[in-house]
Design a protein around this ligand. Structure first.
Ligand SMILES: Cc1cc2nc3c(=O)[nH]c(=O)nc-3n(C[C@H](O)[C@H](O)[C@H](O)COP(=O)(O)OP(=O)(O)OC[C@H]3O[C@@H](n4cnc5c(N)ncnc54)[C@H](O)[C@@H]3O)c2cc1C
Length: 527
């Protein structure tokens, strides 16, 4: 006999929990069903080595939406951000570059390389922030279907156009961001490659692209849409990223949300084109007229459902939704922090760089991509060493440290050999780069967890180990995410919704997809 509920959430990622928390607040009896022993897979803290707590996957906070933080009262449930320092970028020859939220400080750093670039930086910052402001507003919108002729879609499209009528000429700025390469976009402003590399660094994070790939300019902006303190709005969460998921869980549970772990969904049950519930791997059934899936679109539609219940065009769109990823992460327990040769606390204005980019020029970033484009591990990957234990004493034993090395590229499919035999090469290449700028770092390693894309795929269930559940390119964003006509969190199956990163606005620990999906579910219940 199946248990009966008002709504069911498949997957206890931070988006599923957010969706569930909002539904519980609206009085819906809602269980969240999570496959693993712990919720919040891509935003999780786990003790991998005794005494060392890792933000195993996501590691920096920037995108969590202020509306969600306030409405779910996350501070009350332990959510606390510790600002990261300005970004420190070591360069060859013991030189360095700094990027700060403070425009004057960044300008002074850029001025060491080019007076022209330094002079124009404040204008560039204003120009980019104009686009960021528009994008921040669009985050909370439900994408309409502009091609559909029913009354509701027409009304929603017209409403959106009217609301954003003042965007006017700035629309062309957005078109540039969505279509241009990061290098072309930045070359319209800056001359020095070191400066362009600071700003283009993010273009390869989450998408397998280089700074010269068309469309890579957008990803630069996706990463700076956060509104927290620190360089580019980045910070650490006290207790690691799992503290976010725990805060969202507790907020929901206080309003009646139930959370079941080790509950793996294997099928979404349907009848006459409607969702009726889900079936777990152990045969347990849960019934509800509403099912919201936090799991990637490919699994939701191609594994949990029989294709015959879906329109064939939609199946094709989901089959071709691109999830190919090249991001890797190495979580390190160590004796000492990286000691960068080029770092000078007095000159940089902070005691230690907790947030570093190793990717000194556009050419360096592009070469890292060149290797991956042809199926090889980057010989010299770009690497982001991040050191939360410098500001958070709860994540490592006294005097020891946690260092996250996030970087690219490590293509999911290798041209030669496989990941079972070539993981050591990824470790060697990455540590060689870190040791080049911080000599001796690898000598102090106590333990290491190496996550290549197939490991990420196995652990978080995102196809190809894609960190955002799918690429952030114009054809997979807004009213096309994850598929045209079905970007409003609804699906061809009535009562089945998407509430995770495969839907607008995509990946990152922002909780926006969960928030927006809950709003649409509640709207449908009212009509
Ligand atoms: C290595 C890495 C580094 C990252 N770094 C950052 C960062 O620093 N900052 C940032 O903002 N973002 C970062 N991201 C991206 C961010 O973590 C994700 O985009 C975000 O956490 C996804 O949240 P979600 O709730 O949409 O999906 P997920 O967290 O993927 O949640 C899906 C949930 O569904 C569960 N599930 C899967 N299959 C089933 C099933 N059959 N039955 C039941 N449950 C199931 C999963 O276990 C999981 O808990 C990173 C991601 C990775 C992988």
């Amino acid at each position: 006999m199946a248990e009966r509920y008002d709504a069911i959430i498949i997957g206890g990622g931070h988006n599923g929990l957010t969706c569930g928390a909002y539904l519980a607040r609206a009085g819906l009896r809602t269980p969240v069903l999570e496959r693993r022993h712990v919720v919040g897979i891509a935003a999780v803290t786990e003790e991998i080595f005794p005494g060392f707590k890792f933000s195993v996957f996501s590691y920096l906070m920037s995108l969590l939406h202020p509306k969600v933080i306030a409405e779910l009262e996350l501070a009350k449930y332990g959510y606390q951000v510790l600002p990261a320092t300005d970004m420190f970028g070591p360069l060859p020859g013991k030189d360095y570059i700094v990027f700060a939220d403070d425009v004057a400080k960044t300008q002074a750093s850029f001025g060491r390389f080019s007076h022209k670039d330094a002079a124009i930086y404040p204008e560039f910052d204003r120009y980019l922030m104009d686009s960021v402001k528009i994008m921040r507003k669009l985050l909370l919108e439900t994408p309409p279907d502009p091609s559909c002729r029913d009354w509701r879609s027409f009304k929603e499209t017209a409403r959106l156009l009217w609301k954003y009528r003042k965007v006017g000429g700035k629309l062309f700025r957005l078109v540039d961001l969505f279509t241009m390469s990061a290098d072309d976009y930045l070359s319209e402003w800056f001359e020095r490659t070191e400066i362009k590399a600071v700003l283009a660094y993010y273009c390869g994070i989450g998408n397998l692209v280089g700074p010269k790939s068309p469309g890579s300019a957008y990803v630069v902006m996706h990463h700076v849409m956060g509104e927290h303190a620190g360089a580019g709005g980045l910070g650490f969460v006290r207790g690691g990223m799992g503290a976010i998921t725990q805060a969202i869980s507790r907020s929901g549970q206080e309003k009646g949300l139930s959370i079941r772990t080790e509950a793996e969904v294997i099928a979404i049950d349907t009848s006459a084109g409607r969702a009726t519930g889900v079936t777990l791997a152990d045969g347990t059934r849960y019934d509800a007229p509403i099912v919201a899936s936090n799991v990637s679109a490919k699994l939701t539609f191609l594994r949990f459902l029989d294709k015959s219940v879906l329109p064939s065009d939609f199946v094709r769109d989901i089959e071709t939704y691109r999830t190919f990823s090249g991001a890797f992460k190495i979580n390190i327990a160590c004796e000492a922090l990286p000691n960068y040769t080029a770092f000078d606390p007095a000159a940089c204005g902070f005691a230690y760089p907790t947030y570093t980019h190793i990717g000194p020029t556009i050419e360096y970033l592009e070469r890292a991509y060149d290797d991956a484009k042809y199926g090889d591990i980057s010989r010299r990957p770009f690497v982001t060493p991040v050191t939360p234990s410098f500001v958070d004493d709860s994540v490592a034993p006294p005097g020891k440290h946690v260092v996250h090395l996030f970087g690219g590229h490590a293509p999911y499919t290798l041209r030669e050999g496989d990941w079972a035999t070539r993981k050591d090469e990824l470790v060697r290449n990455t540590l060689a780069v870190v040791d080049e700028f911080a000599p001796g770092f690898s000598d102090g390693i106590i333990g290491m967890q190496v996550l290549a894309p197939p490991d990420i795929e196995t652990l978080i269930g995102s196809p190809h180990g894609h960190i955002f559940h799918g690429e952030l390119q114009i054809d997979q964003l807004f009213w096309s995410r994850p598929a045209p006509h079905w970007a409003d969190y609804r699906t061809p199956i009535k009562g089945l919704y998407q509430c995770g990163s495969s839907a607008h606005p995509g990946g990152g620990v922002g909780a926006v997809a969960g928030h927006n999906a809950a709003r649409e579910i509640l709207r449908d219940r009212r009509t």
